[in-house]
Design a protein around this ligand. Structure first.
Ligand code: ME8
Length: 571
């Protein structure tokens, strides 16, 4: 992957993992973008829980950002108090995340005392250390984003919000400022030395470019006006001012784990977000942390956008893929299929991704119905048919097509069946194939290449499919009476396929937890708890499929879909 640079020693010794998503504004309803970022964090966390083998060492945080001015406005438009509106929408986010089967360990709301108290403490500390000071600020206010743009950025945007297209407003305020300017060279050093990784590489170049233009102080408060609603967190040293929502929102990543039981999770391994809010996370937040004497996050990952039919999704176009539509897809194709599609076809890198129904069905058929589901039921069926549903043997050194008796028998069988026999150079060494996939998945997880990580399960499935087409065990099965060692060869082959699929299921489980649990039920092979992936996933190792193990062919995990069928509709 571009720009990842050196390998990171911390990952080798890492025994905790902390991943965060942005906390989402509660005036918006949950849509595909929020679900996507949270899905990435969920899948990373699920993978690391399995990799480490100890779920309590992993922490996945999401939540809602509630103190924005626009919440006050949109609540008033509905005749509600800000907290009533926030409660309602925070509830929407929670239930959307439940529908998507996310496994976040906590859900923070910035209106909670635990957040407000700690955030105030951090701000007070920065006031005490002189990192926050009072001064006049003049800038261009983007009301929809609750963000000041500098003169240069505003000019480049023609004094129009780059996000909503509405005019920017010139504002002058007496404010508290964070002395971001003090940390310019320190920040550059962190990125250049690799102390903090900014991924993907294209994003790093953008931020470095902006860093080179120099840093200014950033406003961190707003003076409260008489008719303002009582909303937000006040400056601890000056209650006439309210802490600027972005500044306290960033603190959530720390407030939630700033307890004796959870402090082991800091610093975060990765803050995940889309490119819109990278600057806050890559520049302002690490500088604040440094000023507070705290360690900085190890990785900041900013993915691109979901778009629809080639166009940006926005309120004004009214073309968001809302949670209801995702739920309709989940109902029709399964939640795991939706998760798989978002993960493997989403905008993880630097390029935007289009959500299109036909593409969804194509990928669903290719990856899930015709590969994962088909391979698992095919192997289960053969074990059912040829060995009465009991796994025929333990693999004692003979896997796939390693040569020897089984191979000889097999090649003879194929010759008898009139199939071309080659020199047997394709060895299908499943211990090697599966180990390479597991190693690659771990490496990809370290680089937050979540799509690559989950695809490793599919790599194994495809090797199994390839092996079955190449060796045609169903042909061999017809000739068992004529062939010396035929049964042994068939048993070796099916054991190899089954054991490889068991390992594939481990790598697929973070993306598709429900379907893989269903598969483990049929095959009686749910992974033991408290065992790290490297041990669980060893081919023929301590956790291998046992001889005589019952394999139930079960139901098809994914029914094939018709590309021509209409997309699901909401309602
Ligand atoms: O910015 N494609 O909240 P927010 C992919 N409260 N991801 C998208 C997306 C799209 N089209 N649209 C939104 C805020 N997202 C602040 C964050 S953090 C301390 C405070 C996702 O509700 C993506 O993760 O506007 C993006 O960064 C986030 O939603 C913005 O959410």
């Amino acid at each position: 992957m571009a720009g990842t640079g050196t390998r990171w020693p911390y990952t080798l010794a890492m025994n905790t993992y902390y991943v965060t998503t942005p906390i989402y504004y509660v005036n918006d309803r949950p849509h595909i973008g929020h679900c996507y970022t949270t899905l990435l964090a969920d899948v990373a966390a699920r993978f690391q829980r399995m990799r480490i083998g100890s779920p309590e060492q992993v922490f996945c945080l999401t939540g809602t950002d509630e103190h924005a001015e626009k919440v006050v406005q949109s609540a008033a438009d509905r005749g509600l108090s800000p907290i009533e509106w926030a409660d309602r929408n925070a509830g929407e986010f929670r239930s959307a995340f439940k529908a998507m089967n996310f496994s976040n360990d906590d859900f923070v709301r910035t209106t909670e005392d635990r957040h407000k108290t700690k955030a105030s403490e951090y701000i007070q500390k920065l006031v005490d250390s002189g990192d926050i000071e009072l001064g006049d600020y003049e800038g261009w206010w983007d009301g929809s984003q609750e963000e000041y743009l500098t003169e240069r950025v505003a000019k480049e945007a023609d004094y129009i919000s780059p996000v909503t297209g509405k005019p920017l407003e010139k504002r002058v305020e007496q404010n508290y400022f964070f002395r971001l300017d003090k940390y310019e060279s320190w920040l550059k050093e962190q990125y250049e030395s690799g102390a903090i990784r900014m991924l993907p590489g294209a994003r790093k170049n953008e931020v470095m470019g902006r860093l080179r233009q120099g840093l200014q102080k950033v406003p961190v408060s707003r003076r409260i006006k008489e008719d303002d609603a009582d909303w937000g967190i006040r400056m601890p040293n000056d209650p006439e001012h309210r802490i600027y929502v972005w500044i306290e929102a960033l603190c959530n990543y720390l407030t939630v784990v700033d307890t004796p039981e959870r402090q082991k999770f800091w610093p975060a391994d990765v803050h995940v977000m889309a490119k819109d809010i990278l600057w806050f996370h890559a520049v302002i937040w690490p500088a604040m942390l440094h000023a507070l004497g705290k360690e900085i996050p190890k990785t900041v990952y900013a993915h691109a956008y979901w778009i629809r039919e080639g166009r940006k999704m926005s309120k004004s176009l009214g073309n968001f893929i809302e949670i209801e539509l995702l739920e309709a897809y989940c109902k029709k194709y399964s939640t795991d299929a939706v998760r798989w599609y978002l993960l493997t076809q989403g905008p993880l890198g630097a390029n935007d991704a289009d959500f299109a129904h036909e593409h969804f069905v194509e990928m669903y058929n290719a990856d899930l119905a015709n590969s994962v589901g088909n391979s698992m039921s095919r192997v289960g069926n053969m074990i059912g048919k040829y060995f009465e549903g009991e796994l025929p043997m333990l693999c004692n050194g003979e896997f796939g097509l390693p040569g020897g008796t089984a191979l000889g028998t097999l090649l003879a069988a194929r010759a008898n069946a009139g199939k071309p026999v080659d020199d047997g150079s394709r060895t299908f060494n499943f211990p090697e194939i599966t180990k390479a996939a597991v190693d690659r998945a771990i490496e990809a997880a370290d680089d937050f290449e979540i799509d690559e990580m989950v695809r490793q399960g599919l790599v194994i499935v495809r090797a199994v499919d390839d092996f079955i087409s190449y060796t045609a065990p169903f042909t061999l099965a017809k000739q068992l009476d004529e062939l010396e060692d035929g049964r042994h060869a068939l048993a070796t082959m099916l054991y190899s396929c089954a054991e490889a699929l068991r390992i594939a299921s481990l790598l697929l489980a973070p993306a598709m937890p429900e379907k893989m649990a269903e598969f483990w039920g049929y095959w009686n092979c749910a992974p033991a708890e408290g065992v790290p992936l490297s041990v669980l996933a060893e081919f023929g190792g301590a956790h291998k499929l046992a001889k005589g193990q019952k394999i139930d062919k079960g139901e098809a995990l994914f029914m094939r879909a018709d590309v021509k069928e209409d997309p699901p509709v909401v309602g």
